[in-house]
Design a protein around this ligand. Structure first.
Ligand SMILES: [Zn+2]
Ligand SMILES: [Zn+2]
Length: 344
């Protein structure tokens, strides 16, 4: 069984997940190795028996049967659904039992298509699946957060080639989210405005870090981007919870997301990338802290963060917690703005 361990010095959680154990010689050291997927593609249509049972599916368009998006539990989970959330401390060491969920969201039945290759309707279906899984897992009061993310390419951590995203639901709120929530709440307390809305307004006024803008969304290179071509996509209107996004908002998000992914592919020669959805945590009451989520609706603002893995963090970055980014975000935004998404 996995266990979440908290470092009292760095204030960081780590999931110790022995079920995903690798022998020392199985670790991938970043060296090029032949792609592992020579057998059948376990995520392709027709191979469902190679993976755990379907939790959720969106049927394919038309009446040919089959699915367009399919979700199943990760067979090598970082966290498992069964069990009590036992919070313990032994001396300085806080632990939480590894209760949670780890799901795989297959984005297309096709082996040869990337998220960026799908039609707008198909990308929107992936976003529908994200929303459905978030809302479903939110009913489990043991879980405080569901993080949806996508790893594309081996250097970004993907072990399968087939287009997929993942969801990990945790009995704690991950540190990055806590930091964002705290920053947003403190800004709101002082100014009675959403920090993200303020950033969006300022960036749209300045224009120099805007990569793409549509009627409802904006893609920005953040002012202090931690790595080349880091890009955030945010709804222009204030929205705290992705779980509440309407169908037409998801379709508008599909348009800008696919456009951005295509531009990154053209500019950076099909880069490995990570994508993450940051949204409000599960709104369960916290014992003894009735004021906990009272302003979340006003102070937090959901967004996607996308980071192409074209730059390998080195010792200074790891040791100092301070990124070295060789590409100014203003330049990245200009390149993205001028790129032809259809050139790939
Ligand atoms: Zn906002
Ligand atoms: Zn974020």
């Amino acid at each position: 069984m996995s266990e979440l361990r908290y470092c009292p010095i760095k204030h960081l959680w780590t999931i110790i997940a022995p079920e995903r154990k690798q022998r020392p010689d199985e670790f991938w050291h970043g060296r090029d190795r032949a792609p592992a997927a020579l057998g059948p593609d376990p995520l392709a249509a027709g191979n469902e028996a190679l993976t755990p049972p379907t939790i959720f599916a969106i049927p394919a368009a038309g009446d040919g049967g089959g699915w367009q998006v399919r979700v199943f539990a990760n067979p090598f989970p970082a966290l498992r659904v069964e069990g009590e959330v036992a919070r313990e401390a032994v001396g300085l060491n806080d632990t939480v039992a590894g209760v949670g969920a780890h799901e795989v969201i297959v984005e297309t039945p096709r082996s040869d298509a990337e998220l960026a290759d799908l039609t707008i309707d198909e990308v929107a279906m992936v976003l529908h699946a994200w929303r459905a899984r978030l809302l479903d897992l939110r009913r489990d009061v043991r879980l405080r957060y569901s993080l949806i993310f996508k790893d594309k390419g081996r250097e970004a951590g993907a072990s399968l080639r087939h287009a997929h995203s993942q969801l990990i639901a945790t009995p704690i709120i991950p540190t990055t989210i806590v930091q964002e929530l705290n920053a947003a709440r403190s800004h709101f307390r002082h100014r009675e405005r959403c920090l993200f809305c303020d950033v969006i307004r300022q960036e749209l006024r300045l224009g120099e870090r805007v990569c793409l803008e549509t009627e409802r969304f904006v893609a920005l290179a953040p002012f202090a981007a931690t790595s080349p071509f880091e890009t955030w996509i945010l709804p222009k209107e204030h929205r705290h919870d992705f779980g509440l996004a309407a169908d037409d908002e998801l379709r508008a998000l599909a348009v800008i997301l696919r456009d951005l992914l295509r531009r990154l592919r053209v500019l950076l020669d099909d880069p490995p990338f990570n994508l993450v959805l940051h949204t409000a945590p599960n709104p369960h009451p916290r014992p003894g802290r009735p004021e906990f989520w009272t302003t979340i609706e006003y102070d937090f603002h959901w967004h996607l963060e996308i980071v192409p893995r074209v730059h390998r963090p080195a010792g200074f970055e790891w040791g100092a917690g301070c990124s070295l980014n060789p590409t100014p975000p203003e330049e990245a935004a200009r390149f993205l703005h001028e790129a032809d998404p259809e050139a790939g």
